[in-house]
Write a protein that binds this ligand. Structure first.
Ligand code: SAH
Length: 354
């Protein structure tokens, strides 16, 4: 039994079944939880993220953030923020690009929003030498204009699940029977609206919506800044269940080995956009990650990197382009989406209609 499983069972035995959101939060956030203990990233881990596939991803995000800062008139006293930086690869690639404009470095602090102490150490090692002011936080900072990126962050946040039964919604719970964790339903109808056939499942990521709104309010307060959210998910809630467990690149059971498997859910970009609108910001997109990267010059950058390189390197670069921007099975171009939050009138690069 994993330490997280032991604690969960004791807790449920003492105080009763918990929500799916509390279960996810315990698996991810526990001192012995997923990001605290596992090394999830890369070929030997559980999953591979875009910045780990190629430096081109972070370079393009860096160019996008630098462009937004310049479009705002290159303000002083800003925060360059990343939510859930993992190994720190994305921020390192961003900094290598924005460092070409020393004014940006002089104007900025880097703030990493990270809950895992183990990963904070890792990130400090990767990023420390690339910027003179680096700090960590539990929430996006609000005091200064934000230039923010979040890649595969929102999918890791706890979701609640509601199940339709007898024309009402009931929250799904996690309980214990004998020695086994199992799903159940709260006996009390949940204050969730909307029609659906019996058996339908709805997912709500209240924490994601709260964070999107928080970011939007900071953009609104300062009248400038931008946020770029990249994740796998859908533009409009299609309904249905997307909570999934992954272990070593393979499907696993959600209630199996809590704290040792990666739990995530598709991001409801529509809900994030509406939450941001309530905070006064405009949401652009979501557009496919592939379309976004290609509009921002992925193919040209690949050509530059490949020029004069060995055939083997050129093949790797081509494979990375296909993986990041392709729309076939196992490729990220369509499944992953990008959404921008801004407060000014112009449309950010990569989000122009048509
Ligand atoms: N962005 C990285 C890593 C994605 S994994 C990449 O693209 O490779 C998710 C990251 O979010 C991890 O760093 C994890 O520790 C962090 N995280 C998860 N939930 C969090 C929370 N509630 N607050 C802060 N960080 C969180």
């Amino acid at each position: 039994m994993t330490p997280v499983e032991e604690r969960l069972k004791r807790r449920i035995a003492l105080t009763g079944p918990i929500s799916v959101a509390d279960y996810m939060a315990a698996c991810v956030g526990d001192p012995d939880g997923y990001y605290a203990r596992q090394e999830p990233f890369g070929a030997s881990g559980d999953f591979v993220t875009a910045p780990e596939i190629s430096q081109m991803f972070g370079e393009i995000v860096g160019a996008w953030l630098l462009d937004r800062w310049r479009a705002d008139g290159a303000p002083d006293g800003i925060d360059l923020v990343e939510l859930g930086p993992g190994r720190g690869t994305l921020m390192a690639d961003i900094l290598r690009v924005v460092r070409r404009d020393p004014r940006f470095i002089a104007a900025s602090r880097v703030v990493l929003v990270e809950s895992s102490q183990r990963l904070r150490k890792r990130q400090a090692e990767t990023i420390g030498g690339l910027h003179p002011r680096l700090s960590f936080a539990d929430r996006p900072p609000r005091e200064r204009p934000l230039y923010l990126v979040a890649n595969e962050f929102f999918d890791a946040l706890p979701i609640r699940q509601f199940v339709r039964q007898d024309s009402r919604w009931f929250e799904r719970t996690v309980g214990v029977e004998g020695d086994r964790l199992l799903f159940g339903l709260s006996p009390f109808p949940a204050p969730v609206t909307g029609e659906a056939p019996d058996g339908a499942v709805r997912e709500v990521c209240a924490m994601g919506e709260a964070i999107a709104r928080d970011i939007a309010e900071t953009l609104t307060t300062h009248g400038k800044g931008a946020a770029l959210i990249v994740d796998y998910g859908y533009a409009d809630a299609i309904g249905g269940e997307t909570l999934q467990a992954v272990h070593r690149h393979d499907h696993a059971e959600v209630l199996d080995r809590p704290g040792e498997v990666d739990l995530s859910a598709h991001v409801d970009f529509g809900a994030l956009g509406r939450a941001a609108a309530r905070g006064g910001a405009k949401a652009h997109g979501p557009v496919g990650q592939g379309a976004f990267l290609v509009a921002l010059g992925l193919v040209e950058r690949a050509g530059q990197l490949g020029t004069g390189a060995s055939t083997e390197t050129q093949d790797e670069i081509r494979a990375a382009v296909n993986r990041l921007a392709g729309v076939g099975p196992g490729e990220m171009g369509d499944l992953f989406k990008a959404m921008a939050l801004t407060v000014t009138a112009d449309i950010p690069p990569g989000f122009a209609p048509g």
